[in-house]
Design a protein around this ligand. Sequence first.
Ligand code: MN
Length: 245
Amino acid sequence: MRILISNDDGYLAPGIIALANVLGQFAEVVVVAPDSNRSGSSNSLTLDRPLRVQRASNGFYYVNGTPSDCVHIALTGLLDKKPDLVVSGINNGQNMGDDTLYSGTVAAATEGYLFGISAIAFSQVAHGWAEIDSAARIAAEIVHKRFVGMQPPFLLNVNIPNLPYEQIKGMRATHLGKRHYAEPVIRELDPRGNEIFWIGPPGATKNAGVGTDFHATSDGYVSITPLQVDLTHATQLAVLKESLA
Ligand code: MN
């Protein structure tokens, strides 16, 4: 089995190192990841400058681009052989609910999925890498699962509580929850007296009910959400057709 690994925290992040180590025990892995932290970069591609691919002493490829750039480059020329699976992460912090739209971690997996390859994005719920070995072990178990009946390619978004392996209660199939609007932007002055803005933190959860990713992880379970990319609003489309008739 060949696995392409990327992330959005950069090729030096503990999460991608743990993931490459654990998957490398049973698969042929190639790591192509951003050279620095590109969290929040969503699905952006770099079109206004050339990209350079360099190789670290541990064999990881690193790129002066986004997570989507990395997977795109890997699948359209860098790799000799197409991987069987694309995985992303393990991210430093959760990607649940609407956050998935902004996530570079989810985007790296999505890029694989758009090329027709099954893909899985892994995130730890809390920042700081606590219990990263436990999360890596869970990630390996999920990669091993055959997901009988799921039509490939599939795109899975996985969030793992920062708990010791023995304390994780199991895995739950979930749908994305919802958050309230983000907190207000933070307005400050720089040392020269010019106004600057920091994007504020995400809002509190709005729908964290039973069946959501938020609910499963807060209950001590690993959350697995199957994602799709078509943003078409089917019911609105029907109404729109009516109104144009
Ligand atoms: Mn990140």
